[in-house]
Design a protein around this ligand. Structure first.
Ligand code: CAO
Length: 471
């Protein structure tokens, strides 16, 4: 007799309002007892909420970005005799389930192999507990009812299973995959050798600093073979203060390091004449001064005009609105533009969606809202996802040019520095013009130098006369 039961957040070590960062199941999925339902990520750790029962997921009661605490309802699970055994578990979840079945790691003896179940679902072997170096007994073949004649087949588990199944949550596996990290090489610092997100970050840092032996070219690898990062006792030379990096700094640091190391960056510099555009912007803001002061209208910002101009340039040069996927280039037909925002906790990149369908005033207003959320640390994951192209503006601060790092999997990023009035030769005489420095970093695997020069030239023409965007 089937029964509906509630799966709730268990004791999560006193953490409260922990964001849901990953949904591991959906309605209709069959789950094993202790299989992860969702992943939560607190400031310090990533953890899964396990299903307390085996059964079928009827409803998932949380969504990405929800903040939950102990006791919160996560899912409704149908349990009962009629519930089939899990038939198709993704390899990701399967590996984790295998480790969960083995308890909390190496200190726990391997669980006995589950007895084969004679159902259709039983054709898929149940998760096998694997310990590093432990011999794995061969699985008995599953006898089909009415098919006694199948000869026993030897199953070489060692041949198909890795010697060590890395012990990590799906979120950490996903994170490692995004960084191209082989989890088998990462040591786990958590209980039972479980690998945390921080372990992966440390591994990447050490690899980039040459602290981890990268696979050599002779061994078929292509890792960075750098000398070790200098280890210095700074206190020997004077007073110091040690401050831990914020969570955002740790995450963005790992991403920046990967992107800088793995993408062949070239930066194309150019100056755009924004004399007319700035005059228009100032005039429009003056016209609307009362409404802006009363909070009824938003100030038009240079960045909002830049986003509009970039969308027009991306439409004309589609390879800039693309991502590499193996041997394919994915060309996007939408225009979601990220912009780097400086916050007290570090750099974040909110994404303004469908910029092609919005006017400059709406873009300016939405950017203001997103930047405020970013500063308050209240951006939702989906407000930072799906970007096609990023703009990093340091124009309000200063500087003449810089080399922005591409925000993978995007293929280009536009850096903007402080505009300055410069003497510009018009063929007859020097005229004072307001010039905006542009620094376009691009992925040279996707974009050639000539295309980049065309892109910045066109962008400059658009900024000099935005009427061109209508052509
Ligand atoms: N040249 C000269 N002045 C500029 C300018 C430019 N390119 N861009 C903006 N300004 C001026 C504006 O005119 C405004 O001045 P007033 O207050 O006198 O009108 C001031 O700078 C602030 O500009 P703004 O309100 O338009 O803000 P913004 O659009 O420049 O920036 C945001 C918004 C969120 C991008 C910004 O707050 C920010 O975080 N910038 C830093 C981004 C960053 O860190 N990038 C580096 C990433 S890599 O580490």
């Amino acid at each position: 007799m089937a029964e509906l039961k509630e799966a709730r957040v268990p004791d999560i070590g006193g953490h409260g309002d922990v964001p849901v960062i990953e949904l591991l199941v959906k309605p209709g999925d069959t789950v094993a007892k202790d299989q992860g339902l969702v992943t939560l990520e607190s400031d310090k750790a990533t953890m899964e909420v396990p299903s307390p029962f085996a059964g079928v997921v009827k409803e998932v009661k949380v969504k990405l970005g929800d903040a939950v605490s102990e006791g919160a309802l996560v899912a409704i699970i149908e349990v009962g005799d009629a519930v089939p055994a899990p038939a198709s578990t993704s390899p990701l979840v399967g590996e984790v389930a295998a480790r969960s079945a083995a308890g909390e790691g190496a200190a726990t003896p391997p669980a006995p192999l589950p007895a084969p179940i004679k159902t259709e679902a039983a054709k898929v072997p149940a998760p096998v507990a694997v310990e590093s170096g432990a011999p794995v007994p061969a699985l008995a073949p599953v006898a089909e009812p009415g098919q006694p004649g199948i000869p026993p087949m030897r199953f070489e588990a060692d041949a198909v299973l890795p010697a060590k199944v890395p012990y990590a949550s799906p979120a950490v596996r996903l994170f490692a995959r995004e960084l191209g990290v082989d989890l088998a090489q990462v040591g786990g610092s958590e209980r039972g050798g479980r690998i945390s997100r921080e372990d992966v970050q440390k591994f990447v840092k050490a690899a980039l600093a040459g602290g981890i032996a990268a696979p050599t070219a002779a061994a078929g690898g292509s890792g960075l073979n750098l000398i070790a990062w200098p280890k210095v006792d700074f206190a020997k030379f004077g007073a110091i203060e040690t401050k831990p990096l914020s969570r955002i700094q740790k995450i963005s640091g790992a991403n920046l390091a990967r992107n800088w190391a793995m993408i062949p960056h070239v930066t194309q510099h150019d100056d755009a004449d924004i004399t007319e555009l700035e005059a228009l912007r100032v005039a429009l803001n003056e016209e609307n001064a009362k409404a802006i002061a009363a909070g009824k209208a938003g100030k038009l910002t240079m960045l909002a005009f830049l986003i509009k101009a970039c969308v027009a340039a991306l439409s004309r040069f589609p390879t800039f609105n693309a991502s590499l996927d193996g041997d394919n280039l994915v060309l996007k037909q939408y225009f979601h533009i990220g912009f780097a925002a400086d916050t007290p906790n570090g750099l974040v990149v909110p994404v303004l969606r469908d910029a092609d369908q919005k006017g400059v005033a709406q873009i300016a207003r939405e950017m203001g809202e997103l930047a405020a959320l970013a500063r308050d640390g209240k951006l939702k994951p989906e407000q930072m996802q799906g970007g096609c192209f990023t703009i990093s503006s340091l124009g309000g601060i200063g500087g003449t040019a810089f080399t922005p790092i591409i925000n993978a999997p995007e293929v280009a990023i536009l850096g903007v520095s402080k505009s300055e009035t410069k003497p510009v030769w018009n063929g007859e005489k020097f005229k004072p013009r307001l010039m905006l420095p542009l620094s376009l970093s691009y992925d040279h695997r996707v974009i050639d130098g000539a295309a980049a020069a065309r892109f910045t030239t066109y962008l400059g023409q658009l900024l000099a006369d935005l009427r061109r965007a209508m052509l």
